[in-house]
Design a protein around this ligand. Sequence first.
Ligand SMILES: [Zn+2]
Length: 427
Amino acid sequence: MGDTQGETNVASRAREISEEVDADVEEVQRRLENLLEYSVPLDEALRTVRRRYESDGPEPSQQVETRSLEELSIGDSGVSVEVKVLSAGRRSVNAGGELTVITEGVVADSSGEISYTSWEDHPLEAGASVAIENAEVREWNGEPQLNLGGGARVEATDDVEAVREPPGERSLEELEDGDRGVEVEAKVVESEERTIDGRDGETRITSGTLGDSTARLPFTDWENRAFDEGDAVRLENSYVNEYRGLPQVNMGEYTEVMVLEDDVDVGSAPPETSIAETVEKGGDFDVVVSGSVLEIKEGSGIVERCPDCGRVVKKGSCRSHGDVDSDLDMRVKAVLDDGTGALNLIAGRELTEKIYGDTLEGAREEAREAMDRQAVRETIRERSVGSRWRVRGNVSVGDYGANIDANELEVVDTDVQEEALEVLESV
Ligand SMILES: [Zn+2]
């Protein structure tokens, strides 16, 4: 009985379709039955047959419902959207042992924006309006991302209204981890060539610091191009990822690097910032903060380091390398407060010797005489707590609070009484 009903159903649906698309009813029914024989569900079979007749008709894609970006959620598949491409960056990645060129960036419509990755070569260029069909929504860094796999289609379409326009050229301050297809002009403030173990064996790369009037950021040029320290460069299709808690500009094989004739103004010194401001931003590369020393923390003074990994070892034993013949070193871990917030400060040997007022040798001498290495930390504490430091370095914000890795440090005279007298005399 079920069978008979099923057949009747197929016959009546075939008649419906044949009338709708003006086709021979027997032919439609034969096609439907053929699909059903291959276990295609009825709904899908009806769609497929109807699409077949409609394919020379006016609106082939009317079947697919175009959705707005705000409606998408992780796990959606067969997604169709009409969007404006805000950025499009190409790079090659190792996918299952094969090098594949992918396109990444951000697309937007009037409801919002979303990042995407395309595994095929599609007409995705910043500023283009496109209709995307059959994409999936995946999770990337905890956020939804549009994934354009092998079955996705991308076609140019009429101008799409988007929440924002492609950013065009950006300042260093505006760059964030995950930015793709980035256009920026900056000055190469520092650069150094290094050899690394790359995917094709030993590779020469260049890394250093880029600067403009808004910020400084570390960069790596994975192709070791010909530009020098002091050059002003224009980058197209560069990408940004996180390195030690801060954004880093990457020049990959698809990045265009042009040396500019005009200089880019960097300012003579790195920008000064309040602690609250830099923490709020999630950190800064190469900034200056000034504050009072609240505390010299445990682990300051003379420390022993593992010769293999450089970690501080306790009782001659490294966490990774066991008992080692450790090297002596000096460091300071301090808490710096500027009234807006506080940072953990880490200073290496050179700056620690400056704060301590003597070399590692002198510190060892003091420890020997006191028969206690803590004596060195005590001396540093007496000299530092309550005084004001001006520190240049990189600020990163992580799970354990905000840190500044000090590259330069200056002890600022903070005798408040003296300052007050000077003010009085100048009146
Ligand atoms: Zn070690």
